[in-house]
Ligand binder design. Structure first.
Ligand code: NAD
Ligand code: UFG
Length: 341
């Protein structure tokens, strides 16, 4: 199949491109490089030995997206193109609603015009909200989100589901990611947050490489085994393989289906620090600070449905997640801005 990756130069999209190519599919990338770099495309070509058609365009631009769909015969779209910083979404809600909702609407309109029937969407565990018991199961009702970013994901899920009800030809797969970390084992691609990391693992990696002085752990008085929050961290390559399964599943049926992509195993912030130290040999300076607004004490996935229906299961453990993050970070201390010679 030929897959259009909207936001394909980003962290998850780039790793998915590698796994799709490895599985024998073709990929086309469209990205405005708002949170990524054209250097990613060079790295992907080096890594896979394939020529990757890539377009610099805003996915809200109907004309640009229609032209791409008219140029390439596309079987499925994967929609990664979103703004994703939780804190920023509280300060700039309109930008988040504009970007995230309108990219979705534009893709759906252009797909209909071009006769593309399948879409896989990057959703998030955040849609379970605060009310649901853990572990989260796909059959649970969505909850109320604590920030505009989360609401955009919840609304986009609804938009896609409604579109599939109205158009019986449409196949929608909603993937609810838990906490992706790690990098490709080659060290050629990885997570490169522009403007400073918001998430735990890239922060730890930047402390390790000397770009940050120390990590602040947000709260150590949670009702968890060691007092720090617990999450379901998943290796980004496992997540990428989940997309290959999702694309193949999407092509085989119609309507909407939802899958959690997680491991089902929670780790605390202190577990992550210890595992990173063990796998890098670098000690991570940290101090405890106040809780971060909106953080839940703990959540993880029930990952049974993806195993049963997609035949997918995460296979890389926490050591591999830390090892691969460190391999990427120490080979690319400044991320994609200072390409290796
Ligand atoms: P990312 O920022 O690395 O990738 C997103 C890509 O989309 C970037 O390359 C960015 O430049 C591009 N983009 C954004 N808006 C665009 C637009 N209007 N037009 C064209 N390109 C645009 O983020 P990621 O971590 O790879 O996340 C991918 C998707 O997965 C996002 O939708 C994100 O919300 C979702 N998600 C991420 C996580 C996570 O922890 N990383 C968790 C749950 C869900
Ligand atoms: N944390 C710290 N210090 C930091 C950064 C994070 O202690 O500098 C802690 C947080 O308080 C939390 C844990 O590390 O307890 C994980 O935080 P992240 O920011 O890495 O991840 P979140 O669970 O908050 O959120 C992530 C994505 C969201 C997504 C959610 C569920 O950022 O987009 O997972 O999928 F919605």
């Amino acid at each position: 199949m030929n897959i259009l990756l909207a936001g394909g130069a980003g962290y998850i999209g780039s790793h998915t491109a590698v796994e799709l190519l490895k599985a024998g599919h073709g990929v086309v990338i469209v990205d405005n490089y708002g949170n990524s770099s054209p250097e990613v495309i060079h790295r992907l070509e080096k890594l896979t030995g394939k020529n990757i058609p890539a377009y610099c365009a805003d996915v809200r631009d109907e004309k640009a997206v229609s032209e791409i769909l008219a140029t390439h015969p596309i079987d499925c779209v994967i929609h990664f193109a979103g703004l994703k910083a939780v804190g920023e979404s509280v300060r700039k809600p309109l930008e988040y609603y504009d970007n995230n909702i309108n990219t979705t609407l534009t893709l759906l309109k252009c797909m209909k015009k071009a006769g593309v029937r399948n879409i896989v969407f990057s959703s998030s565990a955040t849609v379970y909200g605060e009310e649901n018991p853990i572990p989260y199961v796909e059959t649970m009702k969505k909850g109320s989100c604590s920030n505009p970013y989360g609401w955009t994901k919840s609304m986009m899920e609804q938009i896609l589901e409604d579109a599939a009800v109205a158009d019986p030809e449409l196949s929608v797969v909603l993937l609810r990611y838990f906490n992706p970390i790690g990098a490709h084992e080659s060290g050629l691609i990885g997570e490169d947050p522009l403007g400073g990391p918001n998430n735990l693992m890239p922060y730890v990696a930047q402390v390790a490489v000397g770009r940050r002085d120390h990590l602040t752990i947000f709260g150590n008085d949670y009702p968890t085994p060691d007092g720090t929050c617990r999450r379901d961290y998943i290796h980004v390559v496992d997540l990428a393989v989940g997309h290959v399964k999702a694309v193949e599943f999407a092509a085989s049926r119609k309507g909407t289906e939802v899958f959690n992509l997680g491991t089902g195993n929670p780790y605390s912030v202190l577990d992550i620090v210890a595992a990173f130290e063990r796998n890098s040999g670098v000690s991570i300076r940290y101090e405890f600070g106040p809780r971060r607004a909106g953080d839940l004490p703990e959540f993880w996935a029930n990952a049974d449905k993806a195993r049963r229906v997609l035949g997918w299961e995460a296979s890389r453990d926490l050591d591999a997640m830390c090892r691969d993050t460190w391999n990427w970070q120490r080979n690319n201390p400044e991320g994609y801005r200072a390409p290796r010679g």
